[in-house]
Structures are given as C-alpha cells and as structure tokens.
Ligand binder design. Structure first.
Ligand code: DGT
Ligand code: MG
Ligand code: MG
Ligand code: MG
Ligand code: MG
Length: 269
C-alpha cells in the first residue's frame, strides 16, 4: 500500500528503547498519597489494608504484563524488574511504564472494596512511573537494597514518631524535635524503654516491605464430572500446578535471598 505524504511525522517519535541485556526497572509511586492516606483514613504509620491492596495490584501487573521476574513494594510505591533479555514492545521504555502504571491504577480502583470494606473510595488515585536501566546483577541488587533500606529507615522513624504522638501525646512538631539527630540505635532504645516495643518484633511487612516472586502453587479444585450413562454428576478433586506471584516479607539486602532464589538473576550473560 502506498504511504501517505504524512508518514514522515513518525520521524518525530523519540527512540526510547532500553539498552539491550540490561535489567529494566519500572517504579510506580502514588501521586500525592500524603493527602490520599489522610482522606481515606489510613491507619498510621502503616495501614495493612492499603499495603495489601498495593500488593494485589502488583500481582495483577505481574500476571497481565510480560517478562516481569520480580517486584518490590513499600509505602505507596512498587518496583517491577523485567527480564534482561525481554523484548516486550521491543524494549520501549514508554510501553513498559505506561502499561504498568495504567494496569496498576485500574486494579487499585477495581480491588479497592476487597480491602477497604468500610471506607469508600472518594476520588480516583493516580500513580507516576519512571524507568531505570541497570547494567549488571550487582546494580539491580543494589537498586532493590536501596528501596528496602529506604523502607527500613522510614518505618523505624515513623514507628517512633507515631508512638510519641499517639501514646505520649506529643504534637507532631514536638515529636520531630525529640527525634532530631537521633540514630537508629537511639530510636530502638526509645521504643524499647518507653513503649516496651522490640522493633525487630514489628510485622515483617512493615519493616521489610513486600517481595513478589514467581512460585509454583498446587491448586486443588472441586469439579463436577458426569460419568457416561449416568444422570447424576459427581464431585471430584482436581489438582493443578500454577505459577503465581507470591508475597514474601524477607531481607533482600544480604546474600541469603539471592542464594535461595538463583533463578531470578540466572541469565547474567
Ligand atoms: P508524590 O509521590 O510526590 O506525589 O507525593 P506523596 O505524598 O505520595 O509522597 P511520597 O510518595 O514521598 O510518600 C508517601 C506518602 O503516603 C506518605 O506521606 C505517607 C503516605 N502513606 C503511604 N503508606 C501509608 C500507610 O500505610 N499509612 C499512612 N497513614 N500513610 C501512608
Ligand atoms: Mg515522591
Ligand atoms: Mg507518592
Ligand atoms: Mg512514595
Ligand atoms: Mg494500540
């Protein structure tokens, strides 16, 4: 078919192909979730409903999109790691990012009621996205370590901050002043001596965030079959092996996780 004289406008499209053989990360982050959390009465500092909903959305993204090997989430953000050799949409960054962000946002609305039974969704949430390309296994591991370290630092701070406010009735300004210049050890000490809280016993989901990896899951379903010649159906159990994104709340900074799951980063060539 002859091309129209307008075809040349394609030349104005920017090339955003992700560098070959590199890990592609899409990180999504809730837009203005400080306000969103307030308006929807999220519990402070952590709302399990909100975190579980985020994870549900991330599982949907992993299942619906191609070539995601793992994901890591905390607070209002999720990072998705695509296979080094992925050729999905010819590795165009805008395709990775916009598919992830729109699938995530629509899932957030779609699954809202499953997690927030007594809280209406008051306005449509949005998520921004960015793409970063990492050239080696060390840099992708360091990227994920950076996000988990961020989760730890913020959560330790927020846990003490909200104890000072909720239990000791300090104002936010007073709590901030009390924590100015304190190190991690000081915050652990305040939690332990003033509130009898051992930070290490706080829920792993809050301290470590959520790691999603693919695992084979055995599904047992009851199915009705009708033997030939019989009118009555009967129930039988069928077992199926399915691969699903499963949530873990473990450390991914040390080597243990990567040694236990060598398949995640295996094609390092
Ligand atoms: P942004 O990302 O620049 O559009 O603005 P924000 O407000 O989303 O800022 P960000 O992403 O740096 O911080 C996340 C906000 O979400 C932070 O203000 C606390 C809030 N948030 C996230 N998870 C929870 C939660 O479980 N409970 C509560 N109360 N707030 C949360
Ligand atoms: Mg931000
Ligand atoms: Mg945000
Ligand atoms: Mg954030
Ligand atoms: Mg189309």
């Amino acid at each position: 078919m002859a091309k129209s004289k307008f075809e040349y406008v394609r030349d104005f499209e920017a090339d955003d192909t992700c560098l070959a053989h590199c890990w592609v990360v899409v990180r999504l982050d809730g837009r203005n979730f400080h306000r969103f959390a307030e308006k929807h009465n999220f519990t402070k500092p952590n709302d399990s409903r909100a975190l579980d909903l985020m994870t549900r959305c991330a599982q949907t993204v992993m299942t619906e999109l191609e070539d995601i090997v793992m994901a890591y989430g905390q607070s209002d953000e999720y990072s998705f790691v695509f296979k080094r050799k992925s050729n999905w949409f010819r590795r165009r960054a805008s395709k990775f990012m916009t598919n992830a962000a729109s699938q995530f946002a629509s899932s957030y609305v779609f699954y809202w009621k499953d997690y927030f039974k007594d809280q209406d969704l008051l306005y449509p949430p949005a998520f921004d996205g960015r793409v970063v390309v990492y050239p080696s296994n060390q840099t992708i591991k360091d990227y994920l370590s950076w996000r988990q370290a961020d989760c730890h630092v913020n959560n330790l701070y927020n846990t003490v901050f909200w104890m000072l406010i909720q239990r000791s009735k300090l104002t936010p300004a007073q709590a901030q002043e009390r924590l100015r210049g304190t190190l991690a050890a000081d915050k652990n000490e305040i939690l332990f001596s003033e509130y009898n809280i051992n930070y290490n016993n706080e829920p792993p989901m809050f301290r470590k965030g959520t790691v999603l990896i693919w695992k084979k899951i055995k599904e047992i379903k009851s199915k009705e079959i009708k033997p030939p010649g019989e009118t009555e159906g009967k129930q039988v159990e069928v077992t199926r092996i399915r691969t699903k994104p499963v949530a873990l709340h473990c450390d991914i900074i040390g080597d243990t996780f990567w040694k236990e799951h060598p398949e995640i980063l295996e094609d390092d060539s």
